[in-house]
Design a protein around this ligand. Structure first.
Ligand SMILES: [Zn+2]
Length: 142
């Protein structure tokens, strides 16, 4: 595990804890699932390297788009909404840290535009997590 990975995971854990505190989520087993989804969310944007997109900090993986895909999969497979909540928080934390640490996204020119792009997407992800937490997409009662 690289230092970068550890930092992203740590920021994700902070986001997750803050979310649990603010949303007053009950502490139960579904949080373990949420935690795993969060950990994947912190990692996923850097799959642009693994998937051979060919360059790092792709705007496709460093945006709310992956959450749309995961959300669709979770909804279609009738999986627990905590999966998408955790994923959104992890992904959002990754984008937030990239604003602080790097700020450069491919295809977007100008450091401030990159940061604005990351910020807007991070914000969308947090709003999605809050909305889904209040009103789950599926009928699971956990
Ligand atoms: Zn990144």
């Amino acid at each position: 595990m690289t230092i970068d990975r550890i930092i992203h995971l740590t920021v994700g854990i902070v986001f997750f804890i803050i979310f649990l505190k603010l949303s007053k989520s009950p502490i139960n087993t579904r949080l373990i699932i949420g935690f795993i989804a969060m950990a994947i969310g912190t990692w996923m944007p850097d799959w642009d390297l693994l998937l051979g997109i060919g360059f790092h900090r792709s705007p496709i993986t460093h945006s709310a788009l992956p959450a749309l895909l995961v959300g669709w999969l979770v909804y279609k497979s009738k999986l627990q909404p905590i999966l998408i909540i955790g994923f959104c928080l992890g992904l959002s934390s990754h984008l937030a840290w990239d604003i602080v640490a790097y700020g450069n996204v491919q295809w977007i020119s100008g450091g401030n535009n990159d940061r604005l792009f990351l910020f807007i997407n991070a914000l969308i992800l947090i709003i999605v997590a809050i909305v889904i937490n209040k009103k789950p997409l599926t009928n699971h009662s956990t």
